[in-house]
Design a protein around this ligand. Sequence first.
Ligand code: FAD
Length: 457
Amino acid sequence: MSDYDAIVVGAGVAGLGVATQLQQAGKKTLLLEMYPKAGGRMQSYDLPGGYRVDIGLHMIEMGKKGYCHELGARVGKEFEWAAFSVTLDLYEEGKWQDMQSFIRLTEEEKASFIELMKGIAEMEEPDFKAWDNRSFGEWLDRNHLTGSLREVWENMSMIMTTIPDAREQSAGECLYIAKEALVKGRAVLIAAYPRGGMWGVIGPLVDAFRELGGELRLGARVEQVVFEGRKVAGVKVARKGASPIAREWRFVSTDLVTAPLVVLALPIWHLDKVLDFDRRYSPLPGWWLKRIEDIRGERTGLLGYIIATRRPLYERTVFMSALKSPRTGLPLQAFAPTAFDPGVAPDGRYLLVTDNVAEPWELEDKFNLARLMERHWEDVKELYSFDDGEVELAIPYYTTGCDGLARKPGLTGDFKPDVQAPSVDGLFFAGDTYLGRGLAIEGASRSAILCVERILA
Ligand SMILES: Cc1cc2nc3c(=O)[nH]c(=O)nc-3n(C[C@H](O)[C@H](O)[C@H](O)COP(=O)(O)OP(=O)(O)OC[C@H]3O[C@@H](n4cnc5c(N)ncnc54)[C@H](O)[C@@H]3O)c2cc1C
């Protein structure tokens, strides 16, 4: 007799989504999270003085029309959304311009653009698959897109993938994201901000899980998945305070918790911390272990600032981007959370979140990261015309594991690892690095839905 019917490891949006659906389906579920707070990469913080900030720039593609919203609806929670961002402001020629006034097309160009959009709106899964192994740069060339129109596309595909160069982006993924937005929102890219920031999604999911009787253990780090032959038997959880020796030097003592079903809702780059990759001992096949090892370094990177000021630095409810920042030379993304929801800052205070999209290797060297941070700060002051004296708060942040498995050619669609482990019973996966399409949070939510459908099938 096992302790639980199911154990889910990781309380990010995917783990919360999987655990809540399993609990709803009548399975006694334990959700284990190593941090003292749920949310994973969608973590929010309440700061002294009444600010609520996310761990970096975060908007959710598709908002009410997407899979993240559907995940909430499936477990009886309706997320509240602030205004949609359906347009993009671009920084060109020393000023911010809205997308429509930036693109100047002749009547003939307009007609062919509309035809192109119709073509994307009619694409189906086999069409995306055909482009999964090819770059978005190639798709732009194939469709003879040049000038301002190409620049707008390159801005959007950079936002869609968090990858600077269109020749490094998977065309299948960009076209899928564009189709979803065109069909459901009549724009190529739409995004929304939940009221209260990312906690507006994570908070209700935590409530749903607990209301259904699920057990969420925070500060519980899983050390190992345990198998009996080719069947999952449970997990070993790090025992707290068992050793007086500092963490760097001690061997971790664990407690066994048993269940016939374990879902690892963590990115593939954490799998070797909980699964034994030694081919002599692992019940998982060598080809699968090799594939995970081959692709776990395929990540995306960001660096940026969360900035609070006494006057709004930008007031439009839009997403902003520039292909090349003046000093870092990197693509820039930004939006003003308080333009969407003034409630995330105290009265009379305003937030702006910025980032530069970078290859992870550029950020892994701390000296290079510090140089980029300094230059980005100078860029941001120039682009939003403010000086240091106006700043109430400036929180620098960076990540080298932002958007799941990098959406590069050969890494999207069916190339992504499946949500079910091969050759063993009872082991599943969920999150933005596994099967599922769409921008990161959408991909993670879709994968959580797919994972539960597969388990319950
Ligand atoms: C700075 C930043 C900006 C981003 N901006 C956007 C954006 O604008 N739009 C967008 O769509 N996406 C964005 N993303 C990506 C988005 O946040 C992720 O795609 C999404 O949150 C992934 O959810 P997940 O559940 O798959 O994984 P995670 O959120 O990573 O959840 C995994 C969880 O597992 C836990 N865990 C790991 N190992 C263990 C262990 N051994 N034991 C117990 N628990 C463990 C982790 O603590 C974590 O809570 C951004 C990410 C970052 C970092």
